[in-house]
Design a protein around this ligand. Structure first.
Ligand SMILES: Nc1ncnc2c1ncn2[C@@H]1O[C@H](COP(=O)(O)OP(=O)(O)OP(=O)(O)O)[C@@H](O)[C@H]1O
Ligand SMILES: O=C(O)[C@@H](O)C(=O)CO
Length: 425
């Protein structure tokens, strides 16, 4: 059986977000870490290749995404999906636009959409402006993101800065008319020389209409929300049978830990709430700069605490603290240093017997998953919109089982770290 939908996600938490959405909508989905070398399992409808390409230099992100596309094409995929963040995390240099343009060229297609809307997580688009809850993107916590600060909420303008081609808008007055009206607008935009359309969406109903309107587009780009409407297109063609909800993960064992490297507003609240109930260790970037062996110190601390219940290891800090360290060592270096330390701590945690691990933050998750030698994730039950539990598939055989939740920075309620364990027992 050939894979129907081939997806490329620009970070690992985004990958699980998308995979969880597809599983919920009835597509058997596997998430693979990095560009695979082996064929896809024979029984999956969708494959999500998770890259860590959101903040790489654009040429690298393009090269890796094109390799992922080639592999997906070789698996017979009928449609392709480029998944990026529901808050459109990118810089004026990319990577959303350059990667999307490269994928279009490789697929020889002249039109696609860009729709990061995810209403279940309060991301909506109106007149091309992205809202996070009640705030414009540029007035949300995303303006202080350590790597991709978002200071303009007009997505037509943001994407136009990143691409050579012309960017148009399919606004809400069109979207509310349903799939046929949306398709007509796409055709008009194409005639006017647009290769991209930002598409407004306020609710899941809009996402279903947009999904239906995208049935014949070789490439769709967006957040995980837009994937809600895509399985139905395959079902209509008789290519997909309904397969209930997320799969079960089997027996879950092992100690519990949370690693937080996200500094988003939601993660800050989750860190605060977990610190009230569980022991917590702060990975201090200043100590890393001073050359202290923070990894060993953290793991010695964990070894004493973890037998009694979940522990939290976090680098999460306020925007002012993050800025002060970035001013000292540079943005990239600061991010890398913290990611490296957290990934090494994750390796130590597994040796200490951790079998249930939550990682907060896309870049952080990327670093941890790579360090642990994980090659794929089987998708399990949803904890919160966009965050499923998953079971790790390791490159090394006979590895102890590990269930993993990769939490996007801004997802989940304040009690997420305290309550997530209840969803796999
Ligand atoms: N105290 C800190 N000082 C400087 N940088 C930090 C600090 N804590 C974390 N970081 C870095 O900030 C970055 C956070 O990005 P990450 O993608 O992990 O989280 P996020 O952007 O909130 O999540 P998502 O991408 O899922 O929305 C990482 O590179 C991390 O190493
Ligand atoms: O779309 C989102 O917001 C998330 O899946 C994500 O990409 C976080 O990095």
């Amino acid at each position: 059986m050939a894979v129907l939908l081939g997806c490329i996600a620009d970070d690992f938490t985004g990958g699980t977000d998308l995979a969880g959405m597809l599983v919920k909508s009835g597509m058997k989905t596997i998430q693979l870490i990095g560009v695979p070398t082996e064929p896809a399992p024979h029984d999956v409808d969708a494959v999500v290749i998770a890259l860590k390409s959101r903040t790489n230099p654009a040429p690298e992100a393009i090269e890796e995404s094109l390799r992922a596309l080639e592999w997906l094409k070789s698996q017979g995929c009928q449609q392709f999906f480029f998944k990026y963040c529901s808050t459109f995390d990118s810089t004026p240099k990319g990577n959303i636009g350059p990667v999307a343009e490269a994928l279009m060229k490789a697929l020889d297609t002249k039109f696609t959409i860009a729709c990061p809307a995810f209403p279940a997580n309060k991301r909506s688009i109106y007149k091309g402006h992205l809202f996070v809850g009640d705030d414009l993107l540029s007035e949300s916590g995303m303006r202080n993101h350590p790597l991709t600060p978002m200071t303009d909420s007009n997505l037509v303008r943001v994407l136009q800065q990143q691409v050579q081609s012309k960017v148009g808008l399919t606004d809400y007055s069109v979207v509310k008319g349903g799939a046929g009206v949306i398709q007509k607008r796409f055709a008009d935009l194409r005639k006017d020389g647009n290769q991209f359309s930002i598409v407004d969406a306020l609710s899941d109903i809009d996402l279903y209409s947009i999904g239906a309107a995208c049935a014949d587009l070789p490439l769709v780009t967006g957040g995980s929300g837009i994937a809600l409407g895509l399985p139905e297109n395959f079902r209509k063609k008789g290519l997909l049978k309904i397969i209930g909800d997320a799969s079960k993960l089997g027996t879950v064992r092992g100690l519990k830990a949370v690693i937080a490297g996200s500094c988003s507003v939601a993660t800050q609240e989750q860190v605060r709430a977990m610190k009230e109930k569980s022991p917590a260790y702060f990975v201090d970037p200043l100590a890393l700069v001073d050359g202290r062996d923070v990894v060993t110190e953290a793991l010695e601390w964990v070894a004493q605490k973890i037998v009694k219940g979940p522990v939290l290891i976090y680098a999460t800090s306020s925007p002012e603290t993050v800025k002060s360290i970035q001013d000292k060592v540079g943005i990239e270096k600061a991010g890398e240093m913290v990611e490296h330390a957290l990934a090494q701590i994750a390796k130590g945690l597994i040796k200490l017997g951790v079998g249930q691990l939550i990682v907060a933050g896309g870049e952080t998750s990327g670093a941890v998953v790579k360090a642990l030698g994980i090659s794929g994730l089987r998708i399990g039950p949803e904890i919160a919109p966009g965050v499923p539990w998953t079971k790790a598939i390791f490159t090394e055989v006979n590895h102890d089982p590990l269930v993993l939740a990769l939490k996007s920075g801004n997802f989940g309620s304040p009690q997420f770290f305290n309550e997530a364990w209840d969803y796999i027992q």
